[in-house]
Each structure stands twice: as structure tokens, then as C-alpha cells.
Design a protein around this ligand. Structure first.
Ligand code: SF4
Length: 362
């Protein structure tokens, strides 16, 4: 196990992708004894279909349970606490998590109803639910998505689901960043399996999903969230809890030192993603021809950063992207497939942060 590893797999068979990624990461060997109690913490923030970009696709949870059971682990618990204002029991029953737990014979703990204790989280006293603290190994299953207050949310902030509702309210009064960083010094985050299938553009409750069709794996939650910033075209400095967590010793935010393990290539799928009006407006600045999902999604995130900065020009030439641009001349292109464009950005796929820089310069 190398804390700097980042596993990336593309596709649309999400359960099979989960199994392949966990095998590649050799998760079972990292956990060790099959007697250990494993916790799974998806993001069920509210009772919304994962296709809307807020909640973890059930296939990732099912694939993880299947992988663990295949490797002899039997003491597994799925746990979550939805956000304040939503009953976890509603989220659990809304889109099949109850059926997944039944099918694999796995218990689900509603952390909104759990007991809790207070821990010294490197200088902050924080209440954490007992079920989450009682596991020997926690697999975090967050969604890569935007957040209206913290800019992005993924591994570190998903742990807010292991504290009682009263503590969540207190976190908001404290401005979120500092308590999130401190929480992660005590709440386990041993492996992170990121749902990067269609996370939301900028809102934790979903509504504007950006299709990427990827699953990512990390051992380090700080590296995970720093990589999410790169993937959405943000700087780590825009998300203070990441560098705060790094300073507290939770992990390393330097993605330039990461060891990226690409398990397959991104592919073009015939089925065009369903765009909402906001994403469609950004897509209007592009000229896609057979673009792979993660490539196109990265461009959408970069265009949204330009929009936020007031730099999207109405009459700008559309940005070429996709395998259909191979050997075709054009003006501005994103990705290796557009190498015949007058100006193009290398990468397959390039990250949103690099696309943003390139488009700003051009
Ligand atoms: S550069 Fe081409 S092949 Fe590579 S991810 Fe983008 S569209 Fe796909």
C-alpha cells in the first residue's frame, strides 16, 4: 500500500469497476485479518436518485460488499446519517440501499439514532457516533461534487455524516472548515472509493450532474480532496479545510507527487448524458465529436470556472473535444485527439485545472 496511489477506472458497469479497482488496490491485504469489523460510509445526504449528482450510486456499495465477502470478511456494517432536515431512513429506502443490505445480509446503522462520545480532535472537542468509532477499518464512499459553502466536497467532508445532528449544526456555526479538518484527525478514513460518475457542478444536493463515468480510489483523504480540486478546476487554497487537515497530519495535499494508476482508458459512449439547462449552456461553448466522458466532464467544470470568473465570451470559437477530431483541423482543442487544432492541450484526459489554465491563456 502506497499512500500516494490514486486508482482511476472508467466505464459504465459501476459494480464491476468497483470490483476491479479494489482488486488492483489489494484492499483485502491492506485490511489484514478477516475478523476485523469493516464500516462502509456512503453519501446519502438526502433521498435523491444518484443520477442527480448528490448521492453515492448503490453499485459502489454493492461491489465493495461483494469484494469483501469474496475475500472472507463477514463483519461489515453500512452506516450513514443524512443531513439535518432529512431522515436517514428515507434516504436509505429511497433508491435501493435497503435492498442491497438485504441481498448481502449486511446491517445498516442510522447514525442519526446512534449514541456518541466526545473526542479530543487535536485541540477541538468533537462528538462522533459510536458505530463509526467502533469499526476497525472504514471505507468512505463519497461523491465528487461541488458544494455551495465549501466549494467542493468529497472524502474529508463526507465524514460529517458520522457525527450527530447537534454537532453538524455546531460545525456550521464554526464555519465548517476548521471542524471538518479536526474531525478527520479522529474519524477513520482508511480507504476512499470515490463516486465520480456524475457529481454535481456546484451544489451538494444535486440537480446539475456532470457525467464523468469514473470511480477513483485513494488511501489518503487529503490527497483525494486535493485531486478533486484539480478535477473540478479549483485551487486547493479555495478549500481551506484541505490544507488545515494537511497541517494536522491527516495526509498530503501535493498531487504532483501522486502515483496515478490508470486501470483503463476513458471511452466514448453513444448515449449522450442528460444535461440540465445550466450544463447545456456550458456545453454550448464546445464542439464535441465522440468525446470520452471524463474528458468532456473536465471541460464542463473548467468552463464553469470561467463562467464564475466572468471570462466566458459569447462569441468565442467553440472548443473542440473528442475522438472525432483526430486528423481534423480546428482552432482550439482539448485532449490529445485534437492535436491537429491550431492550439490544443495535451492529455488523455487532461484535468480541469489544466484546461482552465489553457483556456485562460487562449
Ligand atoms: S483525449 Fe481523446 S481519447 Fe483521450 S480522453 Fe479525451 S476524447 Fe478520449
Amino acid at each position: 500500500m502506497n499512500k500516494k496511489d490514486i486508482f482511476i477506472i472508467h466505464g459504465t458497469n459501476y459494480k464491476e469497476m468497483t470490483l476491479q479497482l479494489l482488486e488492483a488496490a489489494e484492499l483485502a491485504a491492506a485490511i489484514g485479518s478477516t475478523k476485523k469489523h469493516i464500516g462502509l460510509k456512503p453519501n446519502l445526504i438526502c433521498a435523491k436518485d444518484p443520477s442527480l449528482g448528490a448521492t453515492t450510486h448503490g453499485e459502489l456499495t454493492a461491489g465493495t460488499i461483494e469484494y469483501l465477502q469474496k475475500h472472507g470478511f463477514s463483519h461489515i456494517t453500512v452506516m450513514e446519517s443524512s443531513w439535518v432536515g432529512e431522515r436517514t431512513s428515507r434516504s436509505f429506502h429511497a433508491f435501493g440501499y435497503d435492498r442491497i443490505c438485504d441481498a448481502y445480509g449486511i446491517p445498516f446503522v442510522d447514525l442519526q439514532k446512534d449514541s456518541y462520545h466526545t473526542y479530543d480532535a487535536k485541540g477541538m472537542q468533537i462528538n462522533v457516533c459510536d458505530a463509526a468509532m467502533n469499526v476497525d477499518f472504514m471505507i468512505n464512499l463519497p461523491v465528487l461534487k461541488g458544494h455551495c459553502q465549501t466549494t467542493i466536497t468529497c472524502a474529508l467532508k463526507n465524514n460529517k455524516g458520522v457525527i450527530p445532528n447537534s454537532e453538524k449544526r455546531r460545525f456550521h456555526t464554526l464555519g465548517l472548515h476548521k471542524p471538518i479538518a479536526h474531525l478527520n484527525t479522529v474519524a477513520r478514513n482508511d480507504f476512499i472509493l470515490v463516486d465520480n460518475i456524475c457529481g454535481d457542478l456546484d451544489f451538494e444536493e444535486g440537480g446539475n450532474p456532470v457525467t464523468m463515468n469514473r470511480i477513483l480510489g485513494f488511501w489518503d483523504p487529503v490527497l483525494c480532496d486535493a485531486y478533486v480540486c484539480d478535477s473540478m478546476g479549483h485551487s486547493v487554497d479555495e478549500v481551506p479545510y484541505i490544507t488545515m487537515a494537511e497541517r494536522l497530519g491527516v495526509g498530503c495535499a501535493d498531487t504532483s507527487k501522486a502515483n496515478v494508476i490508470l486501470l483503463n482508458q476513458d471511452t466514448f459512449t453513444d448515449s449522450r448524458p442528460r444535461f440540465t439547462r445550466r450544463v447545456e449552456a456550458l456545453a454550448g461553448y464546445t464542439a464535441p465529436k465522440d468525446a470520452c466522458s471524463a474528458c468532456y466532464g473536465s471541460l464542463i467544470y473548467a468552463l464553469d470556472r470561467l463562467r464564475q470568473a466572468g471570462k466566458l465570451k459569447k462569441n468565442a470559437s467553440p472548443v473542440s473535444i473528442g475522438q472525432g477530431w483526430k486528423n481534423c483541423p480546428g482552432k482550439i482543442g482539448i485532449g490529445n485527439c485534437t492535436s491537429c487544432c491550431s492550439d490544443f492541450l495535451k492529455g488523455c484526459p487532461p484535468k480541469a485545472v489544466d484546461i482552465l489554465r489553457f483556456l485562460e491563456e487562449n
